[in-house]
Design a protein. Structure first.
Length: 291
């Protein structure tokens, strides 16, 4: 009888261990299948506005499909000296300058060049022009509902929104350790710690929002995403990235993208001689945890 009890106890322990391992394996697979990484060097370029042919800026998809319904994010590349004719868009878009100088304003406005790390929004229906001044222009654009269309200024309308231009010098960077919804238990508030700059929306209560995250040179740690949507685009620096429980390390350069849905852990290393700035678009909150 004693041997039977011992056997049953050992069998139960083995069963529990197996179930725990199966659950952990299932979670790992679930994490890995929910996440994606797109390196800037992998994207496929095509015309942003096919109607303009060779005069059109180039565009490359990072996530979603700008020609279909639903949200999407894509890169746009301008040639030096590019200046569009006055036009409108059927949808509102947000933009982040990754490199070069970009001007986006009313047709009669003086040039106000936005450098890399700046942010702007363009409301649907409002007449504007977009110009570029530099040989290495690159921007990230996102929309909440497609398709993304370029229309003549004669079709202008007022949807109640107003444009926003935020030069990088006007950003307000906050110590991430002081943000209530970011778990920074390992950060003591050092001036060299991670920082955030709020751009739009509300990061709490699973609401859609946009935020800049600045990781200091030498940062080694994790970004935990908790909301239903997490999309990140590298704006500055070089980031080594891989997912928790994976060893598929990828070196991301500006214009690269990584995203996920639900609980996901992104391993991030910024150790290339300059700060890394990431634009994060998501629903809900995320944590930045240095090692």
């Amino acid at each position: 009888m004693k041997n039977i009890k011992t056997f049953l106890i050992l069998a139960l322990a083995l069963l529990i261990t197996t179930l725990v391992r199966m659950q952990a394996s299932s979670q790992t697979i679930k994490l890995n299948t929910k996440a994606e990484v797109v390196q800037a060097s992998e994207v496929e370029w095509g015309p942003l506005n096919p109607a303009r042919g060779d005069q059109s800026p180039k565009a490359a998809t990072l996530w979603g499909d700008r020609t279909d319904s639903g949200p999407s994010g894509f890169l746009v590349q301008f040639v030096n000296g590019f200046s569009s004719p006055p036009h409108i868009h059927n949808v509102t878009y947000r933009g982040v300058v990754i490199s070069g100088l970009i001007h986006n304003d009313d047709p009669g406005a003086e040039n106000m060049w936005l450098p890399a790390g700046s942010f702007w929004t363009q409301p649907a229906g409002e007449v504007h022009i977009t110009s570029a001044d530099d040989n290495s222009n690159l921007a990230y654009i996102e929309i909440e509902e497609g398709p993304y269309l370029v229309l003549p200024s004669e079709k202008a309308f007022d949807n109640g929104e107003r444009p926003v231009n935020v030069d990088k010098s006007n950003l307000v960077w906050l110590d991430a350790s002081n943000i209530a919804w970011i778990d920074q238990t390992e950060v003591t508030g050092s001036a060299d710690g991670p920082k955030v700059a709020f751009l739009w929306g509300n990061p709490q209560d699973d609401q859609l929002n946009g935020t800049f995250v600045k990781l200091p040179d030498g940062f080694s740690g994790e970004i935990h995403s908790h909301g239903s949507t997490f999309r990140a685009v590298l704006i500055q620096g070089q980031l080594n990235h891989y997912l928790l429980n994976e060893k598929n390390l990828k070196t991301l350069k500006p214009g690269s993208y990584f995203g996920s849905s639900g609980e996901t852990v992104h391993q991030a290393f910024c150790q290339t001689g300059e700060e890394c700035i990431i634009y994060v678009r998501g629903k809900g909150t995320f944590d930045v945890l240095p090692r």
